[in-house]
Design a protein around this ligand. Structure first.
Ligand code: DQA
Length: 167
């Protein structure tokens, strides 16, 4: 017996992707450059927990929601673009913390645009409260929505948002 499947019936169009009658059972979580250093990197900004800690907490929440979660981290823009491309027809939604690529990767922007399910942009910190170069997200026009500033809970909130819009 597989997990129960939730269906998204909304016809909202967001950043080029239409969300219509979509099954939500499998979510891909992508983490970009330097997020492998969480726990060691700027703990005053990002906290002391590791990426594994955050992914474990997310997997636990996913289990309680009956969703399956896969996660992948890379420091390479090319790997992340390929991961978004490979998610087509495999995963129903993506939670994406693109790290610094958020602010300038038009390649990731285009890849996200080509994914038909909802993509939620996530940040541990609140980039708009930080340096000016972080105020721009080139992903914001192609994602369903963004969750920033809640540390590792940003990932859990993104999963809960997906579950809510699937109701
Ligand atoms: C980040 C914010 C980005 O500006 C930064 O480059 C990161 C992490 C966050 O999760 O707060 O690497 O995406």
């Amino acid at each position: 017996m597989g997990h129960p499947t939730l269906f998204i019936h909304s016809l909202v169009t967001s950043g080029g992707s239409t969300v219509a009658d979509m099954a939500l059972s499998s979510v891909l979580v992508l983490n970009g450059p330097n997020l492998n250093l969480l726990g060691q990197r700027e703990p005053d900004v990002y906290g002391s927990e590791t990426l594994n800690d955050h992914m474990d907490a997310l997997r636990q929440r996913a289990q309680s929601l009956g969703l399956s979660v896969s996660d992948f981290q890379s420091n390479s823009e090319s790997d992340l673009v390929s991961a978004v491309q490979s998610a087509r027809g495999v995963h129903d939604a993506i939670i994406l913390n693109a790290g610094a690529f958020t602010h300038y990767s038009w390649a990731l922007h285009d890849a996200v645009r080509s994914f038909s399910g909802p993509v939620i942009e996530v940040h541990l910190s609140n980039p708009t409260a930080r340096e000016e170069f972080r105020h721009v997200s080139v992903l914001s026009t192609v994602v369903k929505g963004s969750i920033s500033g809640f540390g590792g809970n940003s990932y859990v909130l993104a999963l809960e948002a997906l579950q809510l819009i699937a109701r």
